[in-house]
Ligand binder design. Structure first.
Ligand code: G4P
Length: 285
């Protein structure tokens, strides 16, 4: 990549979110980490493992409806081969959310066994959901809580405004998710996070992100670009010429016939984020 996408993080927000997550994790027995199936590697942060310690962790590959199915399967198998409890879900339809409860219960077994040895019976397993911004945490919580909302209980140790909700027999969920900021180890990670919508547009340059994305699509999925925008791509095309062709195809022209890039950039980003161009996975194994 010759062009780099710089992300201007707000360290203050991140430190606050990390502290809050650390406090919340102390209260729970099992942590559910949500990953974006389009970026299973870039949507995590190794810091989480340090905070979790020896507590069981369940991995959830979300937004599978927008990812490449073969790549999702490969990532799923990779996590499985490391003996990590993992599940593929799609919060848009709720697919997989029921099986998630069973997986959490399974992951909690060592904790329950430990309690039984100490003579502790009938104690509920406490769970929280963590993940990067926009990965689908609130959507999943709403799906799991659903009609159980009325079963919310007040318990000590939880910040005001947070509640434990019984989501299955012996399973209580903290109704506020933990926000985990991703670790941007290289410019590519920043680019992946930006184009999937994990970071807000104010913290990066939209033009650079769109050009990089078009370059990526041109290299990996030129057919998808052609079909989505009804354009002809030739061997000499670059990201810039492709964007120009899309502008012409859409009639996004300024007076004088120049392409109006201020209309093209948001279009590409929006269509990519909603998987209109295609179902793609950015992180390769
Ligand atoms: P967060 O709490 O982790 O920040 O994420 P949140 O649940 O708010 O979800 C972020 C966006 O992702 C929402 O869309 C949500 O609908 C969408 N989303 C969550 N899970 C899935 C999924 O599995 N598949 C798809 N296709 N989308 C998912 P939004 O555009 O912000 O809002 P809206 O479309 O719900 O209005």
């Amino acid at each position: 990549m010759n062009n780099e996408l710089k992300i201007q993080w707000f360290p203050g927000h991140m430190t606050k979110a990390r502290r809050m997550m650390e406090e919340q994790i102390k209260l729970v027995d099992v942590v559910v980490e949500m990953l974006d199936a389009r970026i299973p590697q870039s949507s995590t942060n190794p810091l989480l493992l340090q905070v979790i310690g020896s507590k069981p962790r369940v991995l959830v590959l979300n937004k599978t409806d927008m990812a490449d199915a073969d790549a999702t399967e490969a990532w799923f198998n990779k996590f499985k081969s490391k003996n990590l409890p993992v599940i593929k879900i799609d919060c848009a339809t709720g697919k997989g959310t029921k099986q998630l409860l069973a997986l959490i219960q399974q992951a909690a077994k060592p904790v329950i066994d430990k309690w039984l040895k100490k003579g502790v019976k009938n104690r509920s397993i406490r769970v929280m959901i963590v993940g990067i911004p926009n990965v689908g945490k609130s959507t999943l919580i709403n799906r799991l809580v659903g009609k159980n909302k009325t079963a919310a209980q007040d318990r000590p140790g939880v910040t005001r405004g947070q509640q434990w909700v019984t989501i299955a027999k012996g399973l209580e969920l903290l109704d506020t998710p933990g926000v985990l900021y991703p670790k941007i180890e290289n410019p590519q990670t920043g680019f992946f996070l930006a184009v999937t919508g994990a970071v807000r547009e104010e913290v990066y340059d939209r033009e650079t992100a769109t050009i990089l994305l078009t370059e990526w699509l041109l290299n990996k999925h030129p057919d998808a670009l052609q079909n989505c925008y009804n354009i002809e791509i030739t061997a000499t095309d670059t990201a810039e010429t492709v964007l120009g062709k899309i502008a012409v195809a859409r009639g996004y022209l300024k007076t004088g016939g120049m392409a109006d890039m201020n209309k093209v950039y948001p279009l590409i980003l929006k269509d990519f984020r909603s998987a209109k161009i295609g179902k793609f996975t950015l992180d390769e194994i």
